[in-house]
Design a protein around this ligand. Structure first.
Ligand code: FES
Length: 145
């Protein structure tokens, strides 16, 4: 007779939802940072971003993935909506305008934040970007009530 009781090494699978440690880590990060002030925040100069690459920035409690494609810069939320993974560790697909999650491969559209493939089903935030005089700024919107 076989033992059919599942057992797992490490955390049990969460089937698409963030695990408790992931939720706790996200809440701890958020609590440690003050909320981002609405308005424009300078991130860096355009030259500091690799063309075709992605770089992580934090503005207050906002975790941002910043992607440069030529002279265009996109900013989306850095945390995958499937699990608590940094999208800035993923790959940029410049043809489809997608940032691919490094863990399970969902792609997030750079203009809409919508996932283009499973397992993620929810969008990530998308932010307006201002590139002026060689400087890149992100626009944090007013909090919605
Ligand atoms: S963590 Fe699963 S798609 Fe990103």
């Amino acid at each position: 007779m076989s033992d059919r009781t599942p057992h797992f090494e490490g955390d049990a699978p969460t089937y698409g939802r963030p695990s408790r440690p992931e939720v706790a880590a996200a809440e701890a990060r958020s609590a440690a940072c003050p909320p981002a002030e609405p308005g424009e925040h300078r991130l860096c100069s355009l030259d500091e971003l690799v063309d075709g690459g992605v770089r992580r920035f934090d503005v207050g409690d906002r975790e941002l993935a910043v992607i440069r494609l030529g002279s265009t810069v996109y900013v989306i939320g850095d945390r995958c909506s499937h699990q608590d993974i940094s999208l800035a560790l993923g790959e940029v697909d410049p043809d489809d305008l997608v940032l691919e999650c490094p863990k399970h491969g969902s792609g997030f559209h750079l203009e809409t934040g919508e996932p283009s493939s499973l397992p993620a089903t929810r969008p990530v935030p998308v932010y307006d970007v201002v590139v002026s005089d060689g400087d890149v700024s992100v626009v944090i919107p007013e909090a919605q009530s």
